[in-house]
Write a protein that binds this ligand. Structure first.
Ligand code: URA
Length: 435
């Protein structure tokens, strides 16, 4: 088999066979197929796409490229969730303890930051002492004991995806529906849960810019999961505007704690309830409506907060942050961004907000740069709200005052002001259930 023949056929829109796809994934992961040929094939896939069958083969080949997590020793239906990534997305910090508090085990592996902001692991590590590296046995024992554990993805989980993603990131081949679907689902299948809920983000801060593309991606991933014997649901949620008010690791943990206390911003709480109701329903806890009521009760009664406390203790994190969440970000100096004019906020570019927060220290500029857990942004006003000139639009937290003016300028670029109140934008576009 020759890689050049695969590239040639894909360039012309032809389909690859199962053998050819496995040859590519195996050869690329082992280093036999060079980056330049892999990049050419990825670019051809971006232009000509893949059939559902090709995507399923690619997912399976990537899932089989490393370790597979065996969760069968944990009783009950294990549920996982995955977000395709967005700015201010701290839902896992809320959902893992929330779903566990409702009696469904959550054994979750999460990633570090992709793009401008930290990932779930970076956020958890903003909690002093919190340990996200555990061996398999301790991970399983923690879930058996308290019902929940969130750790970093093991180094050898879907290594083909790790290597391919790094190449896609530098060859402008990330935003391809077949490649994203295979990337996400290979990790989810290898991570071993029985049921998976996908949060497919849609908007300016997401890979999928339109509801149509988000729906296409969601359907593709639900179909792959079904074909692999998993119970599946996908919720398509808005990412034109950052989720919640906080961007930045310590700030986002503090905001997640507020939601777990039954407070916090409405949009974040609502997205969490929508995802939790699907997770609980896939775990056969009842209809999505009954499960939503169950999740709401767990938030409002303090049961989910208590589960988060247990998770912090089990993972050696400082649980006193639940009483003093401001300790997570008070080491940074705070600056304000004032509204330059009166008006309604018609639009905010979520990705631009992420860029500003990265500059303040909340994200990685290169894969080895350190994250400042206290850095970030609190958005005091968001799309759909009115402001008066001089009112505070946002608070910027940083230990790099030299970057402040540039961050302020970038953040201000994300806002579009209008004289009229803009139309409301939906928070949840659609829910896609298995057929
Ligand atoms: N998230 C992933 O895990 N993979 C992608 O390709 C895009 C988003």
């Amino acid at each position: 088999m020759r890689m050049i023949d695969l590239i040639e056929r894909k360039k012309r829109g032809g389909a690859l066979s199962e053998k050819e796809i496995r040859y590519f994934i195996k050869g690329f992961t082992s280093g036999e197929i060079p980056d330049y040929q892999a990049a050419a094939l990825l670019m051809a896939i971006c232009f000509t796409g893949m059939t559902d069958q090709e995507i399923a083969w690619m997912t399976d080949a990537m899932a089989c490229s490393g370790d597979r997590v065996d969760l069968s020793s944990i009783p009950g239906i294990k549920v996982d969730k995955h977000s395709t990534g967005g700015i201010g997305d701290k839902t896992t910090l809320i959902l893992a303890p929330l779903v566990a508090a409702c009696g469904v085990p959550v054994a979750k592996m999460s990633g570090r930051g992709l793009g401008y902001t930290g990932g779930t692991v970076d956020k958890l590590e903003a909690i002093p002492g919190f340990c996200t590296e555990m061996d398999q046995e301790a991970f399983l024992e923690t879930v058996k004991k308290i019902g929940v554990c969130v750790v970093g993805q093991s180094g050898n989980l879907a290594p083909a995806d790790k290597k391919l993603y790094a190449l896609r990131d530098v060859t402008a081949t990330v935003d391809s529906i077949p490649l994203i679907a295979a990337s996400v689902m290979s990790k989810k299948i290898a991570a071993g849960a029985d049921a998976i809920v996908l949060d497919v983000k849609c908007g300016s801060g997401a890979f999928m810019k339109t509801a149509q593309d988000a729906s296409h991606l969601a359907r593709e991933m639900v179909a792959i999961g079904r074909a692999c014997g998993r119970r599946m649901a996908a919720v398509i949620t808005n990412m034109d505007v950052p989720l919640g008010h906080c961007i930045g690791n310590g700030l986002e943990v503090a905001e997640a704690i507020a939601v777990l206390k039954g407070e916090g911003p409405d949009d974040l709480r609502e997205v969490c309830l929508a995802l939790a109701s699907q997770m609980l329903s896939l775990a056969r806890k009842g209809s999505p409506e009954d499960c939503r009521a169950m999740a709401k009760k767990a938030l409002d009664s303090g049961a989910a907060l208590e589960k988060f406390r247990q998770m912090c203790i089990a993972q050696k994190g400082d649980h006193t942050i639940l009483e003093r969440p401001q300790s997570l970000y008070e080491k940074a100096a705070v600056y304000e961004l004032a509204a330059p004019q009166d008006g309604w906020i018609r639009q905010m570019d979520a990705e631009t907000c992420g860029r500003a927060s990265m500059l303040l220290g909340a994200g990685r500029e290169t894969k080895d740069s350190a994250i400042d857990p206290a850095a970030g942004i609190v958005l005091c006003r968001k799309t759909g709200e009115a402001v008066r000139k001089g009112e505070v639009l946002a608070r910027l937290y940083t230990n790099h005052p030299d970057r402040l003016e540039q961050a302020r300028r970038i953040l201000l670029e994300s806002y579009v002001f209008a004289a009229e109140k803009p139309d409301d934008i939906p928070l949840i576009y659609d829910v896609i259930l298995e057929k």
